[in-house]
Design a protein around this ligand. Structure first.
Ligand code: AMP
Length: 433
């Protein structure tokens, strides 16, 4: 299949060509024709599958079919859970609309609203936004959503998980009833289906290949190690391997900062990215990581969500996540676009139950190694680390009332976990690229 056969305009094909894409990814091949037909779409796709182009290309095609009015109004709204994802989606929208008369902008919190407001006043066709800042500006009467024709909820499962349900409801109540709505989510949980039932009209379900490629394509390895030896071991692995671009996950923000300092002391350039960092610091860290001036990016799960770094060779879990699905999200940062990636987990005794949950979820038995000099502590307790203590999962907005913690349908266990959840999750993850 080629992009030409999908019915996209010449200007879009030119932009696609400029990006170097030759073949639509599975999600694009399935979603684009449905969106072009005008259907509401419920799609399962996560970062790395080409989902952004999957909704952006047909959206731009449709918008460009009608001349914008002299006074431009927001005709397409894309909601994302995080600032990083919003910025990335905007970068994509800009790239794909290069040869079209379409203006776009992005708004998110944590930065001065004034430039954002000025751009919107000048007129934009496509607005990419995080829910909080959007409602903020709307409440101040600084933008109108009454002309929105297309709504996209990107990474909807994450939005629910972050407690944005009420915001989403408020925002959709401000949109015209007649519109096209697209919901993209890594999972089709009960909550996502209920959200879809509320906001989508007769949606077409789009699911990507049943064969898992992400998890299987990644070389995964566990190093059993004493908790106190983890820092020494990670420095040894990065130094000995002369790894240049390593994404490291910690469970807490403090842990991320601490590890960064140790890396710097070992003369390995590193930066942390988490919820306590300003937007400027995050952008700078990410840019440094992409251009190679920073070798190690230490991130918490929420901060790392949506980061688009193609062909990332190494991901290290300095600590295992207590939510098994986060493991799959984390290692999905490597092994993209057919390139082989390596995902390493440093596991101490108190993380044994997390490891078991992850193996259950992925259906894989992860190979274990021990590095001489960095052995596990035979006397350490295998009791899991207490939940809720400085988990440091980035800025987590208040959950809306009535939304339970389990509403994301994710495996939030602290031990062996429920086998039902695990096996469901396992199937879901098999569907991912
Ligand atoms: P996404 O899932 O939207 O985050 O996209 C992941 C990466 O795939 C991005 O770097 C895109 O630029 C890239 N990409 C999107 N569509 C294609 C395609 N059809 N062929 C090759 N790369 C693509």
């Amino acid at each position: 299949m080629s992009f030409t056969s999908l019915g996209l305009s010449k200007s879009l094909l030119k932009a696609i060509d400029k990006q170097g894409y030759t073949t639509p990814s599975p999600i694009q091949a399935k979603a684009i024709p449905q969106i072009l037909k005008g259907n509401d779409v419920l799609a399962s796709a996560q970062t790395g599958t080409g989902k952004t182009a999957g909704f952006t290309l047909p959206m731009l095609h449709k918008l460009s079919q009608t001349q914008p009015e002299r006074r431009r109004a927001i005709r397409a709204l894309i909601l994302t859970p995080t600032r990083e994802l919003a910025a990335q989606v905007h970068a994509n929208v800009k790239a794909y609309s290069e040869f079209l008369d379409i203006r776009s902008t992005v708004i998110f919190g944590g930065v001065n609203q004034r430039p954002q407001v000025a751009t919107i006043r000048n007129g934009v066709d496509v607005l990419i936004a995080t829910p909080g800042r959007l409602l903020d500006l709307q409440n101040q009467g600084l933008l109108s959503l009454s002309k929105v024709e297309i709504l996209v909820l990107d990474e909807a499962d994450r939005m629910l998980d972050m407690g944005f349900l009420r915001d989403i409801k408020k925002i959709t109540s401000l949109l015209p009833k007649r519109r096209q709505s697209l919901l993209f989510s890594a999972t089709f949980s009960k909550e996502i289906k209920s959200l879809a039932g509320e906001f989508l009209y007769n949606p077409v379900m789009v699911e990507t290949a049943t064969e898992n490629s992400t998890v299987d394509a990644i070389d995964q390895k566990v190093y059993r190690v004493a908790k106190t030896s983890k820092t020494g071991l990670i420095i040894k692995l990065i130094s000995d391997g002369d790894w240049k671009q390593v994404l490291v996950f910690t469970r807490t923000k403090h842990g991320a900062n601490r590890l960064c300092k140790k890396m710097e002391q070992a003369r390995i350039s590193a930066a942390a990215i988490h919820g306590n960092k300003s937007q400027g610091a995050r952008t700078k860290a990410l840019a440094g990581f992409k251009n190679g001036s920073i070798r190690v990016l230490v991130a918490t799960d929420i901060a790392a969500r949506g980061i688009d770094i193609p062909l990332l060779p190494h991901v290290i879990n300095f600590e295992l996540p207590n939510i098994s699905e986060d493991y799959v999200h984390r290692i999905g940062r490597t092994g993209r676009a057919g390139a082989n990636g390596q995902a390493i987990s440093l596991v101490s005794a108190d993380e044994t139950s997390y490891l078991k949950s992850i193996e259950k979820l992925t259906g894989l038995k992860l190979p274990v190694e021990i590095v001489p000099g960095f052995e596990p502590d035979p006397n350490a307790s295998t009791e899991p680390i207490k939940q809720g203590q400085g988990q440091g999962r980035g800025r987590r907005p208040q959950r809306s009332s009535g939304q339970s913690k389990s509403s994301s349908g994710r495996n939030r266990n602290s031990g062996g976990g429920s086998s039902n959840q695990n096996s469901r999750g396992g199937n879901r993850n098999r569907n991912r690229r």
